[in-house]
Design a protein around this ligand. Sequence first.
Ligand SMILES: [Mn+2]
Length: 270
Amino acid sequence: MNKYSSVSILEVPLDFNSSHIRGPALAPPIIRRVLMNGSANTTSESGIDVAKDERVKDAGVVSWETEAQAFVNIEQKCTELAEQGSKILTLGGDHSITYPIVKALAKKHQGLTILHFDAHPDLYDNQDGNKHGHGCPFARIMEGKYAARLVQLGIRTLNRHQAEQAEQFGVEVHEMKNWSVDTPLNLTGPLYISFDLDGLDPAFAPGVSHFEPGGLSVREVLQVLKKIDLPVVGADIVEYNPKTDINEMTAMVCAKIYKELAAMLLKDLN
Ligand SMILES: [Mn+2]
């Protein structure tokens, strides 16, 4: 049995693996500020006040001296937290950070399923030679067998290379063009949820680095999350870019997703 007694909120200000524009390193304090700015309350739709729940812990910020050290430190911090019996919810970062996080959690959990919200499959073998580009994390995760299943939602940019990668790794890609909120996902636990803001339609979340029209609504995401009745052991909220946001409306979407994910993580603590 894997016992957990708390949920750690961990800030990961990393965006040097972004292929287009930077910005997600600035995200964590903004998400935290808007969550608490008084414009909305801090209770999830499932009825848990995530700001008042003392089982939610502040794990601070992951830091590093050199870029080469960053993934090592992220993995080490997540490994420590998991060993201490804390689930992890990370804030900020480009999507490359999901690799060291999942690698850490895989030490504790065999057979993880990843539910991955994104416009992009992020299965590139490399990006301009960078094996850890923000379009590559799920190639690294599946190659390393750090997850048993990868279930992707919101996808609308599947090119030939990534379709081949998806087939090779057995990725369950639910392309936006064929998906509805009633599409069965047959999820199995333990579950890790990776939430890239650009899985949403840019109309709902303009504060991203790669605008891809035709995406999910916030409500569709909430409906998918509401149906999940499995142990969730970790989650990330990545690719929020404050530099392209409008009136912090995307920051508020991050805060909304934060509340729901934190509530899900709290659900089956011992
Ligand atoms: Mn993306």
